[in-house]
Write a protein that binds this ligand. Structure first.
Ligand code: 3H9
Length: 695
């Protein structure tokens, strides 16, 4: 079948689109739709049309892969204009998802109906774009400025049920039989047959006027998104375009939308967000586990009812999977169960789920203090104290009590998983699952394949994590895996920059302005300086730059462990404001710099950002050299989903591409010359990437 076909059913033209997997609107579909409308206009036997898609969904938007190519006419705005101009009413028949350009096509149709359970949205903003085929002009004319702002600027889809309530669609086909698509088709034919043809021209949204909202509404949204998405252009451009809809005639509004769309399409931000969109999908496909068959995981157990263990338990319960939470100390178990209950209560309070849903999820988590209860569990995740001997003891117990084919995972941030696997009789079923805190919220999981982990174990766990909606990145064994190993290089530069003269607040502000969710020293205070301190005590001194962590260590030794002890790099008491330098810490830094013979100087924001980013990029290159990460895109996923790296910059590796890989190589060589080669020898991966101008 061609990607667009017409079938005539009595007086109704059925336009069918077929472009698997998601009916992305390619240039062929665009020209196919324009031709279809022309044919219908010329065909005296038909007086109305329905537009329907084959496969699992209605059109999920413009084909994003075409954005990097020379645009081919007809452009999507021309397609939507042609559909709307049709003298014979066209009804969009939606199932699955109607997203982006797909919803814009539906908005250009004269009527819209949908199958119950489908979703409609304009998610372009999440790709650094705005709806560029009339969506910003037609939606405010249909629903008003406020509702349009809410859908377009957030990019979040709405359910068909909500769409019916708001007037976005005109009919809802309930799911009643085994074959909902056949029902939808019959419903659509019937809907079309009952239209009043004299209404067609009134249904053209471009002919409606959009009411200007209350004064100040647009500015409120601008301010909200300046705070919520610092430095991100697309939400602001969406607001500008919607404002044009309520202040300009349709044609001028469309011209403004086009101008704004084109300014975003080729931007670094949009490329970065598109890069992440495809990286997430590639990470699911290229897991390096070949064709290994995943085994079903129907029940899991978590060992350790601390913050991490309870968060992981909730991640599974939220996906409907029963969890046994084991903690040997009954009081600690009770505290963990209380924490879970209060987290669910907070979720209900925030409106994220209903009381009943929260209750059902909570009931899926059962506590125990007895290892014998784990005999039938398919996957066990240990989340106890980060100490090798402690974890090894837990694994000995698990090996004894769990069924032979159970998969045993450790939630470690740094430790050698091979040494943990070695205490069991089933090293092929042992792997690492590095969740990020809070585990029920953070999407990233590093899945670590130890030397003897089987592909079946990896594949089973990866499939399970997909069910949980996690972004999984596979990694090999090394100290800190991908994320924490790179983070140590980042913190090293932060420590050295302080010794050289940058103040803590200056470093935090520079990186926050760059887009990081928090400055590195505020993060260190939040997670507790004693954690890194203890970790370094167990690390061979040749493995890190001791000088860079002297300030951290001295703070811990003087009982400044971060927020939890009321002071770390900053003070946390009633008299102090956020990120305000503490004279005591500035004095300590000076003293250590003198002891180390480091001459302090004035350091600017650009140098801070560059050194910290180059440290991440260079370490990432070594991680690629050693095969710890499978691709540069995987590293970007780790940073954007686990470390607060700004998504609109696409991750450290995408940033390097944006800065120019040859330029980055040159800067790293220069740092090797000025700072010494120990940490600045350029990776082979970077050298190769600079040669071919891509990772
Ligand atoms: C737009 O419309 C601009 C217009 O306003 C203006 C123009 C002038 N293009 O996610 P999945 C691929 S911008 C190309 O695994 P799911 C995807 O890469 C667009 N390819 O499935 C994957 O390929 P592979 C606005 C696309 O069921 C395969 O389809 N629209 C596109 O979990 C399956 O995808 C959006 O932003 C695309 N637009 O989720 C919607 N979409 O198999 C983006 C998907 O090779 N898409 N692919 O890895 C989505 O949110 C999800 O894909 C969707 C399905 C919910 C549709």
């Amino acid at each position: 079948m061609a990607v667009v076909e017409i079938e005539i059913r009595a007086n109704v033209a059925v336009i069918q689109v077929d472009n698997p997997p998601v009916n992305a609107i390619s240039s062929q579909i665009r020209s196919g739709l324009v031709e279809a409308i022309e044919q219908i206009e010329d065909n005296n036997a038909v007086d109305r049309a329905i537009l329907i898609c084959r496969g699992r969904t209605f059109m999920a938007g413009a084909d994003v892969r075409e954005f990097s190519q020379q645009p081919q006419p007809p452009h999507l705005p021309e397609v939507t204009a042609a559909i709307e101009a049709s003298h014979k009413p066209v009804t969009a028949v939606i199932h699955g998802q109607s997203l982006g350009g797909g919803l814009e096509i539906a908005l250009a149709c004269h009527y819209r109906i949908a199958l119950a359970g489908s979703r409609l949205g304009l998610p372009e903003v999440k790709l650094g774009l705005l709806p560029g085929a009339g969506g910003t002009q037609r939606l405010p004319r249909l629903l008003g400025a406020e509702a349009a702002l809410s859908m377009i600027v957030s990019g979040d889809p709405v359910s068909a049920e909500k769409a019916l309530e708001s007037g976005l669609i005109d009919g809802l086909c309930q799911l009643s039989t085994e074959n909902p698509l056949a029902d939808l088709f019959e419903y659509a034919l019937d809907f079309a047959q009952h239209l009043d043809l004299s209404e067609t021209s009134h249904r053209r949204l471009s002919l409606r006027s959009a009411t200007a909202p209350n004064a100040g509404l647009y500015d409120q949204w601008r301010e909200r998104y300046t705070k919520r998405q610092r430095g991100v252009d697309a939400p602001q451009a969406c607001i500008d375009a919607i404002e044009a809809a309520t202040s300009l005639p349709f044609d001028q509004g469309i011209a403004r939308e086009r101008e704004l769309f084109l300014s975003l399409r080729g931007s670094d931000q949009s490329q970065a967000l598109q890069h992440l969109f495809f990286a997430e999908r590639r990470a699911l496909r290229n897991t390096g586990v070949g064709t290994a068959q995943a085994r079903p995981i129907n029940c899991v157990a978590i060992i350790g009812a601390g913050t991490m263990g309870t968060g992981i338990a909730m991640s599974f319960a939220n996906a409907g999977i029963p969890v046994t939470l084991l903690e040997i100390d009954p009081q600690a178990l009770a505290r963990g169960m209380d924490r879970i209950a209060s987290q669910y209560a907070a979720t209900v309070k925030r409106g994220k789920c209903s009381q009943d849903e929260a209750e059902q999820r909570r009931e899926l988590i059962q506590g125990t203090t007895d290892y014998a209860q784990l005999a039938r569990i398919d996957l066990v995740i240990e989340a106890v104290f980060e100490k090798l001997e402690v974890k090894q003891q837990v694994f000995e117990q698990l090996d004894r009590h769990c069924k032979p084919d159970a998969i045993l995972a450790t939630n470690t941030s740094y430790l050698d998983i091979n040494q943990i696997a070695a205490v069991t009789s089933r090293p092929q079923q042992v792997l690492g699952l590095h969740f990020f805190s809070p585990a029920n919220i953070m999407k990233l999981v590093e899945v670590i394949k130890a030397d003897r982990t089987s592909d079946v174990a990896m594949s089973s766990v990866l499939q399970q994590l997909k069910r949980l909606g996690k972004v999984s990145v596979t990694a090999g064994v090394c100290h800190g895996f991908i994320g924490n190993r790179m983070y140590q290089s980042y913190q090293r530069e932060v420590g050295l920059l302080m010794l050289e003269g940058a103040k803590p607040s200056q470093i935090d502000n520079a990186l926050y302005q760059f887009g990081m969710a928090m400055g590195p020293l505020a993060v260190a205070d939040l997670s507790g300086l004693d954690i890194g301190y203890l970790m370094r005590r167990s690390l061979d001194e040749s493995k890190y730059e001791q000088r860079a962590f002297l300030i951290h260590d001295r703070l811990v030794e003087s009982d400044r462990k971060g927020r939890k002890s009321g002071a770390g790099f900053y003070r946390y008491d009633a008299s102090s404001t956020a990120n305000q330098d503490d004279p005591e810490v500035l004095e300590l830094i000076k003293t250590i710099a003198t002891e180390q013979g480091v001459e302090q100087r004035s350091i600017d924001t650009e140098e801070i950002v560059q050194r910290c980013m180059l440290a991440l990029i260079n370490e990432a290159g070594h991680i690629l050299d050693e095969g710890i990460a499978a691709s540069a895109a995987d590293i970007d996923l780790v940073y954007c989903h686990g470390y607060g790296f700004p998504k609109h910059r696409g991750g450290p590796m995408q940033l390097a591409s944006c800065w120019g890989l040859a330029q980055v190589e040159k800067q790293i060589d220069e740092l090797a010359r000025t700072q010494g080669p120990r940490w600045w020898n350029a990776s082979k991966s970077l050298r190769d990437a600079a040669q071919k101008n891509s990772w």
